[in-house]
Ligand binder design. Structure first.
Ligand code: P6P
Length: 335
């Protein structure tokens, strides 16, 4: 049997071939992607042994979001920061788990990229073995490399993202990545510790009638959202519904099979629940590169500029037609 290496393209080879197309590249971006891969493999190994390694449950602490910190959250947060801080490619890391930015320590080179991450999204699902994941976006700093970054480097518009991706730790570990030219999926072969290209050039299948929303909150939505969801459930509409409650898992299903994911504003979350910088931004970058749309119900997600690291936003993301339809309904209801 031929080894997977002969048949597959590794992430390293993909990075090399991608950056070869940019002769001006200094190798810093390649280093960044390789360190993300390393951290992802370390987190994957720990997630897969969580039950055995005593890594289930909480640390007893509460994070800046007011959520109990799961042991794996803390491990993932520290693993990505340790993998990135010394490599000379990032100037600051902002994380769902940390109140403020983590600036590259002075003993290391303050690089040209800003790394925004949710180190382990869906962590409330860890103890029930549902898929969870790391979501990230990469910005290029505005201030000179080598100096300490500032908030002007960090609070940038979604249009300034240079790369984004996620790693889903499920039945397999898959990294989905875009540097703007297409969206590509890489599956980890744990027996050799390599990611292999498994989903080249992912494109949304536009005619999928699948919606994903937590209908337990129906009573808290605005009327036009309630009506749109109700209309999906008529016999003639013929839509299916799936909701895992882990953003990475729900988004990954929509990316691979098509569909639309909704997390509307509600009376409980008037600004939405999901975070702009390290959840909505990266997924919006990916979905647009795969032919989809992402709005906050009024405007394009990537046109937003955050006021703070942990800004929240409503999110409507997936196939263009349903996202455009819902957005038009919400806009007209607001007039
Ligand atoms: P709800 C997980 O805690 C998370 O942040 C996302 O991964 C997920 O999409 C969402 O919250 C689920 O929220 O209110 O439906 O439980």
């Amino acid at each position: 049997m031929r080894s997977q290496f002969e048949e597959g393209i590794t992430l390293d080879r993909f990075i090399y071939e991608t950056t070869q197309a940019h002769p001006e590249s200094t190798g810093r971006f390649s280093t960044l992607l390789r360190q993300i891969s390393l951290a992802s493999r370390l987190v994957s190994a720990r997630v897969n042994r969580a039950g055995l390694a005593g890594m289930l449950g909480t640390t007893g602490e509460v994070n800046v979001q007011g959520e109990f910190v799961q042991k794996l959250d803390e491990y993932a947060n520290n693993t990505f920061k340790r993998a990135l801080e010394h490599a000379g490619c990032v100037a600051a890391i902002l994380s769902e788990e940390d109140e403020g930015p983590y600036f590259t320590p002075e003993r290391f080179h303050s690089g040209r990229y800003i790394f925004a991450m949710d180190p382990l999204d869906g962590s409330s699902n860890i103890d029930v073995n549902a898929s969870i994941g790391t979501i990230f976006a990469v910005f290029r700093r505005r201030s000179p490399e080598g100096s300490r970054a500032d908030m002007g480097d960090i609070l940038q518009s979604g249009n300034d993202i240079v790369a984004a991706g996620y790693v889903i730790y499920g039945s397999g570990t898959v990294m989905v990545l875009s540097t703007g030219a297409g969206v590509h999926g890489f599956t980890l072969d744990p027996s050799v510790g390599e990611f292999f290209l498994s989903h080249p050039d992912i494109r949304l299948s536009s005619d999928t009638r699948m919606y994903s929303v937590n209908e337990g909150y129906t009573a808290t939505w605005t009327p036009e959202v309630q009506k749109w969801v109700a209309d999906r459930k008529t016999l003639e509409a013929g839509w299916k519904q799936r909701y895992i409650g882990s953003l990475v898992a729900d988004f990954h299903r929509n990316l691979i099979k098509g569909g639309v994911f909704l997390y509307p504003r509600s009376s409980a979350n008037p600004k939405g629940k999901l975070r702009l910088m390290y959840e909505a931004f990266p997924l919006a970058f990916l979905v647009e590169a795969a032919g989809g749309r992402a709005t906050n119900g009024h405007d394009r997600i990537l046109d937003q500029t955050p006021g703070g690291l942990h800004d929240r936003t409503p999110l409507f993301i997936g196939n263009p037609d349903p996202v455009d339809e819902i957005t038009a309904l919400i806009r007209s209801a607001a007039q």
